[in-house]
Design a protein around this ligand. Sequence first.
Ligand code: URP
Ligand code: ZN
Ligand code: ZN
Length: 468
Amino acid sequence: MGLLIKGGEIVTASDRYVADIRVDGGTITGIGTNLEARTGDETLDAAGKLVMPGFIDPHVHMELPFMGTVSADDFESGTASGIAGGTTCIIDFCMQGAGQTLPQAIEEWHKRSAKAVTDFTYHMAITNFGPNTPAEMREVVEKHGITSFKVFMAYKGAIMVDDGQLYLIMKEAAKLGAVVTVHAENGEAVWNLQRELVAAGCMGPEYHPVSRPSAIEGEATERALMMARLHGTTAYIVHMTCKEAVHALERAKLSGQRCYGETCPQYLLLDDSVFTKPDFGGSAFVMSPPIRPGHVGHHDALWAGVANRMLDSMGTDHCPFTHEQKKAGLGDFTKIPNGAAGIEDRLTLMYSYGVRGGHFDVQRMVELGSTAPARIFGLAKKGSIAVGMDADIVIYDPSGEGTRSAKTHHSRCDRNIFEGFKTYGHVATTIVNGKVAWDGKKLMTTRGSGRFVTRKPSHFAQHAEVKV
Ligand code: URP
Ligand code: ZN
Ligand code: ZN
């Protein structure tokens, strides 16, 4: 039995036109006008709605062991929450645990992700570079089909890599044609600022952003990009929050370097007044890098970046912790688990505040949330609507208004950092691998139906080696 999507306005990164889509199995098999339903076909009326490639979240952390706890959504609840928000594929971060080889970490992550209800892949996070790491990195790319790595320049004493390790990871990734994704904050500076604040008795969540000012992100972004330039590595800076970082990326791009930047809705839509919410409410917003102050140019730089293509993608950094989990940092902000939910909110917020807010058009929304992540990270069958592509499709009804809330979202998190945000339209239908998995009201998912997607290195791969 096939699926026929009738009369919707198909939106890709480049086009907008009214047509029907035929789906057979998990693949788009036809696009045209006046396509007829065959016996047994399910027909969806999409008239007046936007029909887009399923959104891809390039930055999530499901069941992440972090800061003494584990993020609240597992691969099933997290991907289901994504489906309700129009996301049909995720890229999680597979973390190298202490004493683990990279292949051992992948084996562990495959056990966790087996319950996912959308397709998925990983960025391989290297937390300790040893003598065997170059060979393991090759195995990650060539045997496991994971073509992007991750480095954390922050979280000293836990998962941070130092400059020596950053140098080596960038160098090896360039040889493999792999992308290096970077959490760019100067971890040494954060460490010192945290110690100074704690010594001065500054303990509440409102001191979290004070311990991580924008200069710390700007400096690390510049350093990561320069290290990538040294080796000819493709760098992708995750969760960019501030003008200093955007300007560093701009300089690199304008000098001809191949590099990418991601931001997330929270950095565009929230400001640092959130940290003073009563009853430890500010803890819900503790994430790194932090949400920035308004009226000093950070938000403007990010909006300009997503509009003018200096920034490339919109992720979420979905990494939820419940209020109970956040209480680990009651009395010491440095112990508040960093992260928040967001996978379900992204598309509706992008449409409501990005498109309806006049910052970009619907094609650019598709590019930021689907096509660019697919292209940058080598998800060859995703990110567009075309014959032969995976039948991961989201149908958005732009009519009506709504409100984001923890009361209605599907994440296990009991907080929503966009609580009360007014929105336009809603995700009417999400099709995952050719099947309707969300009808605008309820989820219809099967535990474990998501597939691990293998990738090939970028066709840009230079395999360059710096001669020293
Ligand atoms: O605060 C955050 N962002 N938590 C998740 C881990 C990370 O740094 O992305
Ligand atoms: Zn990060
Ligand atoms: Zn993250």
